[in-house]
Design a protein around this ligand. Structure first.
Ligand SMILES: Cc1cc2nc3c(=O)[nH]c(=O)nc-3n(C[C@H](O)[C@H](O)[C@H](O)COP(=O)(O)O)c2cc1C
Length: 212
């Protein structure tokens, strides 16, 4: 099982990095093959809204997003983490999400009918992580909402939405054992959820073979 964590902070070694890596650690402790991807190291251009992807399910822009598409396809589960920047996700997370628009497919005649590609090919699983400086949930704004709703539209089941508060200095989260253990547990839960899906699929396959 492959779990990939996408880190949407520009601050390597900072709180989002720690948060996503801790979720990955939880997943690894239950036997998953894990990978951390620092989006800041990738050139991801803005979506230009050309709509060319609507018939091909592919983006025409040739940049590092092509590498991200391959990772998204390969992963059984993803973790997506962003610090709160003015009540929302960072620019790199938003760019990545917008460029996943090619995986959202609409009926040709009725655009009110649409589906995320993963819904058609097999639901995938995700854990969303937001990190902010303040303690009041109001100050995190739409950070988790932006990530969760976008992933759901693309056909992901969001298993956990983790909200990490009260971290400002680069290493603050490293000292917060309660929030760290919440993150590690979420990594385990992601793996257990995917395993449950595999178990159900196996039982259903065996039953179908018995019928046929
Ligand atoms: C441009 C900018 C905007 C920010 N906006 C918010 C905000 O709206 N609410 C909040 O609680 N923290 C805000 N912060 C603080 C960061 O979310 C916080 O310091 C976080 O721990 C940074 O994560 P990192 O260590 O992964 O970079 C902002 C920080 C920056 C640089």
């Amino acid at each position: 099982m492959k779990i990939i964590g996408f880190i949407g902070s520009y601050r390597k070694g900072g709180n989002t990095d720690t948060a996503v890596r801790t979720v990955l650690e939880g997943a690894m402790n239950l036997g998953a093959d894990v990978e951390a991807v620092y989006l800041k190291d990738y050139e991801i251009a803005d979506c230009v809204g050309c709509e060319a992807c609507k018939t091909t399910f592919e983006c025409v822009i040739r940049d590092d997003m092509q590498k991200i598409y391959a990772k998204i396809q390969e992963a059984d589960g993803i973790i997506i983490g962003s610090p709160t920047y003015f009540y929302n996700v960072t620019g790199i997370i938003k760019n990545m999400i917008d460029r996943l628009y090619c995986y959202e497919v609409f009926d040709e005649d009725d655009r009110s009918v649409w589906m995320g590609i993963h819904e058609a090919t097999g639901i995938k699983y995700a854990t969303v992580v937001a990190v902010c400086e303040q303690k009041d949930p109001e100050d995190m704004g739409y950070t988790t909402v932006t990530m969760t709703k976008s992933l759901q539209a693309l056909g992901y089941r969001v298993v956990d939405e983790l909200k990490i508060y009260n971290v400002y200095n680069k290493t603050d989260l490293l000292l917060d054992t309660d929030q760290l253990s919440e993150l590690e547990e979420a990594g385990k839960k992601l793996v257990k959820t995917i395993r449950l899906k595999e178990k159900i699929q196996n039982i259903v396959n065996i039953k179908n073979e018995q019928i046929n």
